[in-house]
Design a protein around this ligand. Structure first.
Ligand code: TYC
Length: 118
């Protein structure tokens, strides 16, 4: 006759997670959508790109009037860099490409980049 293996004592089933009375708790969560990250397009100073070319680039690609474009160019010239505009990621990236292409076509070393706004 085979020896009987003692059965494990049955553990009682866990009580329902909803607590007593089968109550269902609905949690209210407010969904908050963050505004999209914005990117500033920055021009860098160099010793070779003519001031007039930089002013024209700022006017054409960043829709600034001549006065504002000149002020931005002078700020870059004096401080090393300057913000020309703030855009969504894709628009900023396109602006960088356009400025770099225009500079290369004209034979100037002008540098342009985009970076997230704090
Ligand atoms: N420093 C340049 C010069 O003296 C002018 C310049 C300004 C170049 C802004 C680049 O992003 C620039 N000709």
């Amino acid at each position: 006759m085979a020896s009987q293996i003692p059965k494990k004592p049955e553990t009682p089933a866990a009580p329902p997670a909803t607590g007593s009375d089968d109550a269902v708790v609905l949690e209210r969560r407010t969904q908050r959508v963050q505004p999209p990250q914005m990117f500033q397009v920055v021009l860098l100073n160099d010793d070779f790109t003519p001031m007039e070319f930089v002013v024209q680039v700022i006017q054409e690609y960043f829709s600034k009037d001549r006065e504002t474009a000149t002020q931005i160019m002078l700020k870059i010239h004096l401080e090393g860099k300057g913000v020309c505009g703030v855009y969504s990621r894709d628009v900023a990236s396109t602006k960088v490409d356009q400025v770099l292409q225009a500079a290369r076509n004209a034979g100037h070393p002008l540098q342009c980049l985009s970076e997230p706004v704090e």
